[in-house]
Design a protein around this ligand. Structure first.
Ligand SMILES: [Zn+2]
Length: 194
């Protein structure tokens, strides 16, 4: 896993995840665990491995210490979107140690769940115009980890002028609406039809 080592930053805070759950109001996803190294503060980013090659980053909204079942846990409050992805993909991260980064760095092959282009690339693995059906697909390079291909796909879509809606306030993405550069330009000429 050389690609992972490339971006691994030394001496970053690490948290071993003991539990994860959702809070209803406000709707939050909580990672509870113990600090293995360093100090965790709100505004930092948690890096959650979804698979061998994909890591999601989510901003830490709040840090709270609670005592549950006689154990002192550090609770990281996150937006609910990450919980949904872990649930839908059946990803179990209890027992794993996750890395915390102080800023929103963009390690190679890591997708940002809160970026509409990267989220779209991950969920759909392609950009397909909802008007004309034209397609921007994943360029598969066998030597390259999937995450890097998806990052590159998102970057391409952005660069070429594809349109996907911005994320909602709770981080949810509209994966249905997607326009190729041509169709988006036509829409731009008639803003009432947006
Ligand atoms: Zn189109």
């Amino acid at each position: 896993m050389t690609s992972k080592q490339e971006w691994q930053v030394r001496d970053m805070p690490q948290v071993q995840v003991k539990d994860m759950f959702e809070l209803p109001d406000p709707h939050l996803f909580v990672l509870a665990g113990v600090v293995v190294e360093g100090e965790v503060q709100p505004g930092m980013w948690v890096n959650v491995p979804i698979s061998e090659v994909l890591t999601f980053r989510a901003p830490i909204l709040e840090v709270e210490t609670t005592t549950r079942s006689g154990r002192e846990d550090l609770c990281l409050h996150l937006e609910p979107e990450l919980g949904r992805v872990l649930r839908e993909d059946g990803v179990e991260i209890r027992g794993q140690t996750v890395e915390i980064t102080p800023t929103r760095i963009t390690p190679k092959g890591s997708l940002n769940l809160y970026d509409p282009y990267e989220g779209h690339a991950l969920a759909e693995q392609e950009f397909k115009c909802s008007q004309c059906g034209s397609l921007l697909g994943l360029q598969c390079n066998q030597d390259e980890p999937v995450g890097e291909g998806l990052s590159a796909l998102a970057e391409n879509a952005k660069r070429l002028g594809w349109f996907v809606p911005a994320a909602e306030a709770d981080g949810a993405l509209d994966l249905v609406t997607c326009y190729c550069p041509g169709c988006w330009q036509c829409k731009g000429a008639a803003p009432s039809q947006r």
